[in-house]
Design a protein around this ligand. Structure first.
Ligand code: PGA
Length: 256
């Protein structure tokens, strides 16, 4: 059982939003004046990070943490176009998402690369949301657990207990991302319980404290049933996190 009972509501904005929609988003959250009794985190595009930090500070006393969707597996050097995790930390960024299925499948990021990113990000003092998840073909071939086990064992390789405490795992079945199809609470809980067990085997009791988030077409209509599952400690939300009203509602439901 986790000692931190607050749920995590993490918005992954992907390659969306602009200055105006972001200002509107934070204003809507603020207008409702609700107390955020959940961990509200937002990952905008890199270039929007300072604006989000400024608005989070202005309206929410920094209670909405701002993170990144990706980072380099290197700290510095001749890597044109890459973003260093230390540069992110320098900017006051709190967390980074590593291993999102769009990075794995569109940009062909490998287990080795993701493991390297994880270590570099942790050494740079960032928390890491490490994503795992199976494709529809893998699920239908009964390979879900094998796929998740491989993603975890190679992706989290050589992580110390201390480092693990800075990691959150997001289970995002690839077939549920942006498709409107959500894993049912039981389907999701089954995988989350498998992940918890897998982490316990390698890291013992420390695994109980690792927040496990579910992601894939989460919205206000389905979030409560998901969060009521024993091993689901929050959600990683794409589409439904873009609108201030909808994100506010997700946070309200997570806090209630
Ligand atoms: P979705 O995206 O909520 O739009 O399905 C989730 C994610 O990719 O993190």
């Amino acid at each position: 059982m986790m000692t931190d009972k607050k749920y995590y509501m993490v918005g992954n904005w992907k390659m969306n939003q602009d200055t105006e929609t972001i200002k509107q988003f934070f204003k809507v959250l603020y207008d409702q004046q609700q107390s955020f009794n959940c961990h509200g985190w937002i990952a905008p595009q890199f270039i929007h990070i300072p604006l989000c930090q400024e608005l989070s500070q202005k309206y929410h006393q920094d209670k909405i943490l701002i993170g990144a969707q990706n980072c380099s597996d290197q700290v510095s050097g001749a890597f044109t176009g890459e973003i260093s995790p230390t540069a992110l930390r320098d900017l006051g960024v709190s967390f980074v998402i590593v291993g999102h299925s769009e990075r794995r499948h569109i940009y062909m990021e490998t287990h080795k690369q993701l493991n390297q990113k994880l270590h570099t990000a942790l050494k740079s003092d960032l928390k890491v949301i490490f994503c795992v998840g199976e494709t529809l073909e893998q699920r239908e071939a009964n390979k879900t657990q094998a796929v998740i086990a491989e993603q975890l064992s190679l992706g989290l390789k050589q992580l110390t207990n201390q480092q693990l405490s800075q990691v959150l795992i997001a289970y995002e079945p690839v077939w549920a991302i942006g498709t409107g199809k959500t894993a049912g609470p039981e389907q999701a809980q089954e995988v989350h319980s498998f992940i918890r067990g897998f982490l316990s085997e390698s890291w013992g009791g420390a695994a109980q404290e690792i927040p496990l988030l579910y992601g894939g077409s989460v919205k206000p209509e389905n979030v409560v049933d998901l969060l009521n599952s024993q091993d689901i400690n929050g959600a990683l939300v794409g589409g439904a996190s873009l609108d201030g009203q909808s994100f506010r509602e997700l946070c309200r439901l997570a806090a209630s």
